[in-house]
Design a protein around this ligand. Structure first.
Ligand SMILES: *[C@@H]1O[C@H](CO)[C@@H](O)[C@H](O)[C@H]1NC(C)=O
Ligand SMILES: *[C@@H]1O[C@H](CO)[C@@H](O)[C@H](O)[C@H]1NC(C)=O
Ligand SMILES: *[C@@H]1O[C@H](CO)[C@@H](O)[C@H](O)[C@H]1NC(C)=O
Ligand SMILES: *[C@@H]1O[C@H](CO)[C@@H](O)[C@H](O)[C@H]1NC(C)=O
Ligand SMILES: *[C@@H]1O[C@H](CO)[C@@H](O)[C@H](O)[C@H]1NC(C)=O
Ligand SMILES: *[C@@H]1O[C@H](CO)[C@@H](O)[C@H](O)[C@H]1NC(C)=O
Ligand SMILES: [Zn+2]
Length: 563
C-alpha cells in the first residue's frame, strides 16, 4: 500500500492566514465565506517576504512539486516564481507580483498532490500547456457510493445532501459508472463526506485524502473533509468546493488550467466543467456511450465550419455552420435546429472567426454575414485570382493564385495586399495576427502584424505538408509527425511521432486525424493524445475555443461530441 497523505497538518501551515481569517480572528467571529469576488488585496504584501514565501510554497505543494516539510532555497526562489508566472500566463519576471498575490490569497483547496520528483524537477517549458494531472488510482467498480459521516450545523442537512448530490451528478454525467448515496444497509460507503473544524491557522476550505495502492481506490478510505471553521451557508462556494473535492475523490489532482474545476484556487464564481476536467475524467474512466450525437444527415453537406470568438467577447454568431453542395449555408442554433443563413448556388466556401462568418463565391467575390436573416455584406469584388479565404483572429484574408496574400481593410470592397512569396499552399493566422504561410516547396514563412517588414523564413523542410494554429500556438504536419513550435525557446517539439494525416486547431485545442480514420485530441503533454473516435470515414473534424467538437462523415452526417 502506498499512502498518500493529503491532510494538511496544522503545524505545517503555521503562518498562513488569509485576509478574511485575520479579520475574523481580530473581531472574534468565525470567518464567513466570501460570497462575491474577493476583496482588494492588502498592499502590505509587497513588503512582506514571509507572506510571499508562504504563498509560493503552498502553490508548489498544491501541484506536488515540493515535499511537505521542504523549503525552497533563496537562490531558487526567482525560478520558482517564474514557474508560477508561466502557469498564470504572466511575464516571467521572477519577481513576486500582484496577480500572484491576488490568485494565491483566494480561498483554496487543501489537497496536496503527492510529491513527484520528476515533475518537481521539470520546468513546464518543455510541455505545451500541460493540463490535468491524475492521482493515479481510480475506482474499479461500476457503482461508487458516498455517505455523509456528519453535517455542518450551518445549514439544513437536506440542503447539504442536495448540494453534494448535484455535485456528484455533474461528474457522473460524463462517466460510464454511476455514483449514488450509500444505502443504509451497507456498512461503509466508498467516499465519505465530513465537516471538521480546523481552526484559524488552516487556510484550506476543504481537502480530500486518500489511501490507495496506486491503482485502485480503497473503499471507505477516501474522505472529503470540509473545514467547518468556515460558515458553509454560501451556496456558491459550497457547491463549487464540493465539485472540486469530488474531482479528487474520483482520482484527479490539480490542473494547471485556471478555468478548470480542478484549479486549486476559488475566485468567487462557480466555474463550469472545463474540457480539461472532462479530458481528465475520460482518461481515467472512459466515456459514456454513445459518445457522439448525430445532429444532421444530408448527402449534400460538403463542409462544416465554426465561429468562436475570444472568451471575453462572445458573439451571437458563434457556433457551427455547414455548407451544402447546393450553396445553402445553415447555422446550428442553440435550440438544436438548422437555420438557413444563405441559399445561393454560387457559394463555394465558408470561413469564420472572431464573431464573423464569411463566404466566397465561385467568381471570387466575398461576403460577410450581417447576422440577420440571409443578408450578407458584399466586401470583395469578383476575381479569378482568389484561391481561398481564411477568417482568423479579427480579420479576413484571401490567398491569391498569383501568390499574394490580401487582407480586407474593413471598408467597402477594399483589400490591402501583403507581400508575395512564391506559390503559397496554405496560410494560418494566430490570434496576434501573425500570418504563417506554407509554400508548395514545404518551406514556411511568416509575417507579423501590421505586415510592414515582409516575410521571415521560419523553416526549410520539404516534408512539411500542412499547418494549423490555435490561439497563438503554431503546429505543422511534417510527414506524418505533428510538430509544435515552442516559441519561448524557439524550438520545434515533436508531439506526435507518426500516423497523422491531418491536423486542426482552435484556441487551446489541437486535433489529429490518422490514416486509420481515428481522431485524437492533444492533452498538452507531448505524445499523449486522447482518442475521440475510431470510426472510419471521417471527412473532417473541427472544434471551437470552448472545447466543443464536431465531425463530418463522408456520407454527409454531422456529429457532435457529447461530452
Ligand atoms: C506578513 O504575512 C504573514 C502571513 O500572511 C502575516 O502573518 C504577517 O503578519 C505579515 N507581516 C506583516 C509585517 O504584515
Ligand atoms: C520530512 O518528513 C518526513 C516524514 O514526514 C521525514 O521522514 C523527514 O525526515 C522530514 N525531513 C525533514 C528535512 O524534516
Ligand atoms: C510523476 O510525473 C511524471 C511526469 O508528469 C509521470 O510520468 C509519472 O508517472 C509521475 N509519477 C508518479 C509516481 O505519479
Ligand atoms: C465529524 O467527524 C469527524 C471525525 O471523522 C470529527 O472530527 C468532527 O468533529 C465531526 N464534525 C461534526 C460537525 O460533528
Ligand atoms: C476517513 O474517515 C474515516 C471515518 O472517520 C476514517 O476511519 C478513515 O481513516 C478516514 N480516512 C483517511 C484516509 O483519513
Ligand atoms: C505572435 O505569436 C507568435 C507565436 O505564435 C510569436 O512568435 C510572435 O512574436 C507574436 N507576435 C507578436 C507581434 O506578438
Ligand atoms: Zn484540490
Amino acid at each position: 500500500m502506498r499512502v498518500f497523505y493529503a491532510l494538511p497538518f496544522l503545524n505545517l501551515f503555521s503562518v498562513c492566514l488569509t485576509q478574511d481569517i485575520n479579520n475574523a480572528v481580530a473581531s472574534g467571529t468565525v470567518s464567513q465565506i466570501p460570497s462575491a469576488l474577493p476583496t482588494p488585496v492588502d498592499p502590505s504584501w509587497r513588503h512582506n517576504r514571509t507572506r510571499q514565501r508562504k504563498h509560493v510554497h503552498d502553490f508548489f505543494k498544491l501541484f506536488g512539486w515540493l515535499r511537505h516539510n521542504d523549503t525552497i532555497k533563496d537562490h531558487d526562489f526567482p525560478a520558482a516564481i517564474r514557474r508560477i508566472q508561466r502557469i498564470l500566463h504572466e511575464p516571467e519576471t521572477g519577481e513576486y507580483d500582484e496577480k500572484m498575490e491576488v490568485v494565491m490569497s483566494r480561498p483554496r483547496c487543501g489537497t496536496i498532490q503527492p510529491f513527484n520528483a520528476t515533475d518537481a524537477r521539470m520546468p513546464d517549458g518543455g510541455t505545451l500547456r500541460k493540463r490535468y494531472v491524475l492521482w493515479g488510482p481510480k475506482w474499479n467498480s461500476a457503482t461508487v457510493t458516498y455517505r455523509f459521516l456528519n453535517y455542518t450545523s450551518d445549514i439544513a442537512a437536506d440542503l447539504q445532501r442536495e448540494t453534494l448530490r448535484k455535485a456528484f451528478a455533474q461528474w457522473n454525467q460524463y462517466l460510464p459508472i454511476s455514483i449514488v448515496p450509500a444505502s443504509d444497509n451497507i456498512p461503509r460507503a466508498d467516499i465519505h463526506v465530513r465537516f471538521m473544524t480546523m481552526g484559524p491557522d488552516e487556510p484550506a476550505y476543504a481537502f480530500t485524502n486518500m489511501i490507495a495502492d496506486g491503482l485502485t481506490m480503497s473503499s471507505g478510505l477516501i474522505n472529503i473533509t470540509f473545514n467547518d471553521y468556515y460558515t458553509w451557508a454560501d451556496d456558491r462556494l459550497f457547491s463549487f468546493t464540493a465539485l472540486h473535492e469530488i474531482g479528487h475523490a474520483l482520482g484527479l489532482s490539480h490542473s494547471k488550467v485556471e478555468d478548470a474545476v480542478m484549479w486549486p484556487y476559488f475566485e468567487g464564481i462557480v466555474r463550469p466543467m472545463h474540457p480539461d476536467d472532462k479530458a481528465a475524467i475520460h482518461s481515467l474512466y472512459g466515456w459514456k456511450e454513445p459518445r457522439w450525437n448525430r445532429i444532421d444527415m444530408n448527402t449534400a453537406t460538403k463542409n462544416i465550419a465554426q465561429v468562436s470568438s475570444f472568451a471575453d467577447s462572445p458573439s451571437a454568431l458563434d457556433g457551427l455552420y455547414q455548407l451544402r453542395s447546393t450553396g445553402q449555408v445553415l447555422f446550428y442554433s442553440s435550440s438544436g435546429t438548422w437555420v438557413t443563413v444563405d441559399n445561393n448556388r454560387d457559394t463555394v466556401q465558408i470561413s469564420g472567426a472572431g464573431g464573423n462568418l464569411y463566404q466566397r463565391h465561385a467568381d471570387g467575390s466575398i461576403y460577410r454575414y450581417s447576422g440577420s436573416g440571409t443578408q450578407w455584406q458584399y466586401i470583395g469584388a469578383p476575381s479569378d485570382n482568389v484561391a481561398d479565404i481564411v477568417a482568423a483572429s479579427d480579420q479576413i484574408y484571401q490567398r491569391r493564385k498569383d501568390g499574394w496574400i490580401a487582407r480586407w481593410t474593413g471598408s467597402g470592397t477594399q483589400w490591402t495586399t501583403i507581400e508575395q512569396p512564391r506559390s503559397s499552399k496554405q496560410i494560418a493566422v494566430t490570434d496576434n495576427r501573425t500570418i504563417w504561410n506554407l509554400l508548395t516547396t514545404g518551406d514556411l514563412v511568416r509575417s507579423e502584424w501590421p505586415y510592414g517588414v515582409g516575410w521571415t523564413v521560419v523553416d526549410i523542410n520539404s516534408a512539411n505538408t500542412q499547418i494549423a494554429v490555435g490561439g497563438d500556438e503554431f503546429y505543422k504536419l511534417e510527414g506524418s509527425k505533428v510538430v509544435w513550435l515552442d516559441t519561448s525557446i524557439y524550438m520545434w517539439v515533436i508531439i506526435e511521432n507518426a500516423g497523422s494525416v491531418y491536423i486542426y486547431a482552435a484556441g487551446d485545442y489541437l486535433y489529429s486525424r490518422h490514416y486509420d480514420g481515428s481522431t485524437w485530441r492533444y492533452t498538452g503533454t507531448p505524445m499523449v493524445w486522447e482518442m475521440l473516435d475510431n470510426s472510419q470515414n471521417i471527412a473532417s473534424v473541427i472544434g471551437d475555443r470552448s472545447g466543443n467538437v464536431w465531425e463530418l462523415k463522408g456520407g454527409g452526417d454531422i456529429l457532435r461530441l457529447v461530452s
